[in-house]
Structures are given as structure tokens and as C-alpha cells.
Design a protein around this ligand. Structure first.
Ligand code: GLA
Length: 353
């Protein structure tokens, strides 16, 4: 059993397929090279101490009975509690956490943190990790049960299954993950920060403020209400005809999910035909639907989309949960990367370094 380990969890960019994961739909994300690094030392003393160097903040607690807390500490405490609840024994560790994904940016700093903390804790305890899907589900429970964000499995699967040069087509009905070659033929993908931060958790005093449900959790509740009204288990079974009979805003929310699933399939086809102009059109259509039907855009995000399109992007759209964060743009060959934008490409998934 190693005394010290270093684990890395990447953030992700979702090429297309937004707000489809918790609706049994389709998405096409990839892991990026930015992420969270956790250095862990075994202490064997039955406690976990964690230092978040970027936040200049620390935590310490007993692993036997983990008390609840808000903010970034909830991720570490939740990881310890959920790993043990799933039957993976831990001993005690000292964790040093640092990251390169801005929080609340739509590039999934949360999943990067959960995944890296879990891998580090298991490695210093000498406990073999479960398969990647099981680990993604444990990490998702950390977010749902400890952080209070009713997020789906998109980010955790992307972070754990990432592969260089490929996006991952995920079918959330079967949890099947299929790598799709991301050959851009001279085009490039960039993300540009809207400058607006968001929080997915409804009860995160440090980031969301107060106890009001966030827009993310509200959207999730609206999709569940639409399922109840339609008498179906997931919006994957919804049809445009039946969706149109729902009251607003539910009809619009369902229309987004149905259209977005189709756009994922169309994007996979356009990539295999090397038709990057078509990929750009699909990104624009996704953004329009997220803005008009799912209502998760903001003036700052719209301004950022315009900046990317003015810079020559053939497609641009908000990524992640919405209400701020980064915008993804597809730039044709020879286009200069706009100031402040970062080029992103698929990288390997979470791992021990
Ligand atoms: C956030 C959530 C994901 C997913 C996206 C929207 O990133 O964590 O589960 O729902 O928003 O596609």
C-alpha cells in the first residue's frame, strides 16, 4: 500500500446533449486537460484532513460518523461517507487539493473534485477501486446527497471514462458509453468564460446564497413534473405530439429534451461524415433551445455567444448546467482564438499519476 498518492480528475466539456442526462437521454461530452489534483498521505488514524490550497481553506473530521457541512467541504465529507456506505473501507488520510477548473464555470469542477478525492482515498487505503460506472454513481450520490445538487451522471462519467481524441456518446437509458472519434480537420473547439458563476446546489450557502432552489434543481423538478403529467418514467419516452399538450413551461422543457437527443445523434453522424459546418449548426440549434425552451441563458452568456460568433465561430453554445459559466465555440481553420478563450481537446480520464 503506497504511503502517498496523487490522483487527477479532469473537468469536462459537453459537446452537445445538455440537460438530457437526468432525462434518460443522450450526451456527447469529453474530458479536458484542466482538472483537480489531490495529493494524499495515509495517516491510518481514523480521520481525514483536507486542505484546499486555492481556497486557503481546510477541514478535519472523523471517518466513523461524518457530520454534514456546506460548501467545498461537503464534497470531501460526502466522498468519505459514500465510499464507506458502498462497502469500500477507508483508514485515514491527509489530502491536499488544488485545481485548474474555475468553480461554477460549467466545466464541472465538482465532478473533477469528487472523482479525484475518491481515487486518492481508495489508493491510500489500499482498497481497489470499483469499476468506473460504479464509481461515477458513488460520486453522483456525493453531489445529490451531500452537496444538494440534483445533478445527473454526465460529469462523473465524462471525467472517469475520458479518452484522448474521442468524445463519449453516453446513452443514459442504458448507461452505455461509446467513444466517438473527434476529428476536427483543422477546426478548433474553444471555451470562453461569460464571467458569471453559477451553483447547481439549492442549499449551498457559500455559492448559491440562501436556501432557494437553484435554476438547475428547478429545471430538474419541471422535467419530473412533465413525466408525471405524461405518465412516463423518463422524458426519453416523450413524443412531440404529447409534449405539445402540456401546459407551459413544461411543454417547452420537454421540447428541448426531445430535440437535444436528436441533435446528439445528428452530431455523431456529422462527425463521422467530417461535416464540421453541420456540427456548428447543431451547436447553434442547441443553444437556441437552451435559451428559448429551457430558459437557462443569461445576458452575460448571450454576450459571450455573440463574441464567439463575431470572432468567426460556426457554432457556439452554453455548456453545463446553465445560468452562467462558459460558452463553447467551434472555430473554422485559420481562425484566431479570441482573447480570453481556451482551446479544449479530449484528454484521458481520471487516474493516479
Ligand atoms: C450539470 C450537471 C449534469 C448535467 C448538466 C446539464 O453539469 O452536473 O449532470 O445535467 O449540468 O447537461
Amino acid at each position: 500500500m503506497p504511503d502517498t498518492v496523487t490522483a487527477f480528475g479532469p473537468g469536462r466539456v459537453n459537446l452537445i446533449g445538455e440537460h438530457t442526462d437526468y432525462n434518460g437521454g443522450l450526451a456527447l461530452p469529453f474530458a479536458i486537460s484542466e482538472g483537480v489534483t489531490v495529493r494524499a498521505r495515509a495517516t491510518g488514524d481514523g480521520t481525514v484532513s483536507a486542505i484546499a490550497s486555492d481556497l486557503d481553506s481546510r477541514d478535519r473530521f472523523e471517518i466513523g460518523a461524518v457530520p454534514r457541512v456546506r460548501g467545498w467541504r461537503a464534497f470531501v465529507r460526502g466522498a468519505v461517507a459514500e465510499l464507506q456506505a458502498a462497502g469500500f473501507p477507508l483508514t485515514g488520510a491527509r489530502l491536499e487539493i488544488s485545481g485548474t477548473v474555475p468553480r461554477g464555470s460549467g466545466l464541472s469542477s465538482s465532478a473533477a473534485l469528487e472523482v479525484a478525492v475518491c481515487l486518492a482515498l481508495l489508493a491510500v487505503a489500499g482498497t481497489p477501486p470499483p469499476d468506473r460506472l460504479t464509481l461515477a454513481q458513488i460520486c453522483s450520490r456525493v453531489e445529490n446527497e451531500w452537496v444538494g445538487a440534483q445533478t445527473g451522471l454526465l460529469d462523473q462519467i465524462a471525467s472517469l471514462f475520458g479518452e484522448p481524441d474521442s468524445a463519449l456518446e453516453i446513452d443514459f437509458r442504458t448507461l452505455e458509453v461509446t467513444p466517438v472519434a473527434l476529428e476536427l480537420g483543422g477546426y478548433s473547439l474553444v471555451t470562453l468564460d461569460s464571467g458569471e458563476r453559477h451553483a447547481n446546489a439549492g442549499r449551498d450557502g457559500e455559492t448559491a446564497g440562501g436556501d432557494a432552489p437553484t435554476g438547475y434543481n428547478k429545471r430538474r423538478a419541471e422535467c419530473a413534473a412533465a413525466c408525471r403529467a405524461l405518465g412516463i418514467d423518463s422524458l426519453r419516452e416523450a413524443t412531440p405530439e404529447r409534449a405539445a399538450q402540456l401546459p407551459e413551461p413544461l411543454a417547452a422543457r420537454v421540447a428541448h429534451v426531445i430535440g437535444e437527443n436528436e441533435r446528439v445523434t445528428d452530431t455523431v453522424a456529422a462527425l463521422s461524415a467530417s461535416d464540421l459546418e453541420r456540427v456548428g449548426e447543431l451547436l447553434n440549434a442547441s443553444h437556441a433551445s437552451l435559451r428559448d425552451c429551457f430558459a437557462i441563458s443569461t445576458p452575460a452568456v448571450e454576450a459571450t455567444v455573440r463574441r464567439l460568433r463575431d470572432a468567426g465561430a460556426v457554432g457556439a453554445r452554453i455548456v453545463g448546467g446553465g445560468f452562467g459559466g462558459h460558452v463553447l465555440g467551434l472555430l473554422p481553420p485559420g481562425t484566431a482564438v479570441p482573447e480570453g478563450a481556451i482551446e479544449v481537446r479530449p484528454g484521458p480520464g481520471a487516474r493516479l499519476l
